[in-house]
Design a protein around this ligand. Structure first.
Ligand code: NAG
Length: 180
């Protein structure tokens, strides 16, 4: 009787440990998830890897869904800060003219980009095709802003650099939602 229950306990423990080993072998480490996403972005500057690895939440990401939420959350935060930066510059350049119009156009574009990143973030759990689409559309904002500055004949290096970053976030968002 005693030996039978011991045997049962032993068998249970054996099955349990085998299934844990199995799950571990199948699951990817956070670094592997990041690597897989970033290798798809064609980004040679390691922006993608650095950005995702620098977030403390990434070390506990167990799947692409978790990583997608982190990436799009970072995209929302980052593009919101960039919009605030442009708005601030607009305040300092209140004088009507080409620069003012271009900055206004950039703010409007970023408004759309932020909405798109936010939608994509929410859609990760609901509708991954929409999440993928919205992550793509979010990339239009920085391109339109670049275009507005160029047509106005003004160069604002800090905004051009921010636009590149925002665009890269869009690419990361597209690739990561494609893996869901
Ligand atoms: C956006 O993120 C990038 C990469 O982490 C960072 O270099 C940049 O300063 C951020 N931009 C803003 C406005 O916070």
């Amino acid at each position: 009787m005693h030996s039978l229950s011991h045997l049962l306990l032993l068998a249970t423990l054996l099955i349990l440990s085998l299934s844990i080993i199995h799950v571990k072998a199948r699951g990817k480490t956070p670094s592997q998830l990041v690597e897989e996403v970033c290798s798809r972005t064609g980004d040679t500057s390691s922006f993608c890897t650095k950005t995702l690895e620098s977030d403390p939440r990434t070390s506990s990401a167990r799947d692409f869904r978790a990583l997608a939420k982190i990436a799009l959350d970072l995209a929302v935060t980052n593009s919101t800060k960039t919009e605030a930066y442009i708005k601030n510059m607009l305040k300092k350049n209140a004088k009507p003219g080409k620069l003012k119009s271009a900055l206004e156009s950039c703010v409007a574009s970023y408004e759309e980009t932020i909405i798109s990143f936010r939608s994509a973030l929410v859609e990760i759990d609901e509708d991954k095709m929409s999440a993928n689409y919205d992550a793509k559309v979010a990339g239009d904002g920085p391109l339109q802003c670049d275009q507005a500055l160029e047509s106005a004949g003004v160069k604002v290096e800090s905004i051009s650099m921010a636009n590149q970053i925002t665009y890269r976030f869009s690419v990361i968002g597209v690739e990561i939602t494609d893996l869901l």
